[in-house]
Ligand binder design. Structure first.
Ligand code: ADP
Ligand code: MG
Ligand code: MG
Length: 255
């Protein structure tokens, strides 16, 4: 099944064109990695898919399971199974993590035709998912992300992902601040949650993340487009040769 179909996507920030014709098809059962230099447009792509209000789509289409993604409100995208990792590391003082997760999970469950869980049933359900991220249950009682370390926020994000049972998970592992523990949490979560029915779009600067997650496709972004697509070997090649070929290829294309 074609889950995500991105065609000729153009987007601007403050009237500055950033995405300049992104094409990407993601099918069920696939893991895609999107790599590229700083400033190539990786995070812009994830923010556009999330529906961030600062980003304006100027051309192209994105279809999620056949529907126009941009016709769906961001919350509706989440309920229908589009998970966007970076949306959640906000701190919400006064709201317990457990209750926050329960509300989000129930919104998703109602769309899946599953019964909504009360506090007691949800606690049991969460306990099973905690092992995915080896998270201390004490974190469920704390306010959402308040005072969490970077690694704890990352665990919480992957726990959210486990609870929301996404159809397409889009994880933007931003270029700074991911230590080796956080990388392992992300890798472990992605690997444990991948099924033949879902897909992951992993946006990453880190080839070393791909030592632990084997992507089916690796895409290299440059100047707001996907310049090259290959297998896992492309990521290994990038590690050896760097991105110098990108400049040559862009120059050859007159960009
Ligand atoms: P990457 O994630 O690949 O490092 P980004 O998508 O963050 O790249 O950025 C791509 C380009 O868009 C950069 O030149 C960046 O400065 C610009 N950009 C991104 N967000 C904004 C913004 N909110 N305002 C102005 N420029 C932005
Ligand atoms: Mg196409
Ligand atoms: Mg980025």
């Amino acid at each position: 099944e074609l889950l995500l179909d991105i065609n000729n996507l153009h987007a601007s920030v403050e009237d500055q064109p950033i995405l300049k014709g992104v094409n990407l098809q993601v099918r069920a059962g696939e893991i895609h990695a999107v790599m590229g230099r700083n400033g190539s447009g990786k995070s812009t792509l994830s923010k556009v898919l999330a529906g961030h209000p600062a980003y304006r789509v100027t051309a192209g289409t994105v279809r999620y399971r056949g529907s126009d993604l941009f016709e769906l409100e961001p919350e509706e995208r989440a309920r229908l199974g589009v998970f966007l990792g970076f949306q959640y590391p906000v701190e919400i003082p006064g709201v317990s993590n457990l209750e926050f997760l329960r509300v989000a999970a129930n919104a998703r469950r109602s769309k899946q035709g599953l019964e909504e869980l009360d506090t007691f049933d949800f606690e049991d359900h969460v306990q099973q998912k905690l092992q995915v991220v080896q998270m201390d249950p004490a974190f469920l009682e704390r306010s959402v992300n308040e005072g969490f370390s970077g690694g704890e926020k990352k665990r919480n994000e992957i726990l959210q992902m486990a609870l929301l049972d996404p159809v397409v998970a889009i994880l933007d592992e931003t270029d700074s601040g991911l230590d080796i523990d956080a990388l392992r949490i992300v890798a472990g979560g992605v690997n444990q949650l991948a099924t033949p029915d879902n897909a992951t779009l992993l946006i990453t600067h880190y080839q070393r993340l791909l030592d632990e997650i084997t992507p089916d496709y690796v895409h290299v972004m440059a100047a707001g487009r996907i310049l090259r697509t290959g297998s896992r070997d492309l990521a290994l090649e990038l590690e050896k040769t760097g991105y110098d070929w990108v400049d040559k290829e862009l120059a050859a294309q007159g960009v």
